[in-house]
Design a protein around this ligand. Structure first.
Ligand SMILES: [Zn+2]
Length: 168
């Protein structure tokens, strides 16, 4: 078993490295990935040897489901070359680059983090991300309610005002 406190490290097969970083390099695992895995409770060996998942944009086909950075569910409706038509659970549709979907960089056009927008009858402004959930400071244009909501809570509130949610 390796000692990770000393500067010199020994891997699970007894090979010695000058540093943790050098060992990670030898295993083609980034130092950041190694640290994240250890932090999440992976063993020394797992952290080093489990291959990093690499997704190719070819997995983006119609029917592919994923979660947007705002926390809303989304689905690929159709694909054309490098781009995909996406529909979020509020019914909004837009096109995005497939590789941006893979990288998790495709966001809902009305729920950006850096600008105010209108979503489901709310004036919204990104507030914070907690446990992978995005919260928005928002004011309902119908009843004036001022809340910090997730997009799902905004959709629920909009339903109470009979605002149409076009999908599902
Ligand atoms: Zn309202």
């Amino acid at each position: 078993m390796a000692s990770e406190t000393k500067r010199k490290v020994v891997d699970c097969f007894g090979k010695e490295y000058s540093s943790l970083k050098a060992m990670c390099e030898a295993y083609h695992i980034s130092y950041g990935t190694y640290c994240k895995r250890r932090y999440r409770g992976k063993t020394f060996e797992e952290a080093l040897t489990v291959p990093v998942k690499k997704y190719s944009p070819s997995i983006i086909v119609s029917g592919y489901k994923f979660v947007l950075p705002c926390g809303l569910n989304a689905e690929v409706i159709s694909v054309k070359g490098k781009s995909a038509l996406i529909r979020a659970e509020d019914g909004k549709e837009w096109r995005s680059n497939k590789s941006n979907i893979i990288k998790g960089e495709t966001g809902h056009p009305d729920l950006r983090r850096n600008r105010k927008s209108t979503f489901m009858g709310f004036e919204t402004q990104f507030s914070a991300s907690i446990n992978n959930k995005a919260f928005y400071e928002c004011r309902c244009l119908k009843c004036g309610a001022y809340e910090v909501f997730t997009p799902q809570q905004m959709i629920e509130h909009a339903r109470e005002h009979n605002i149409q949610v076009t999908s599902q």
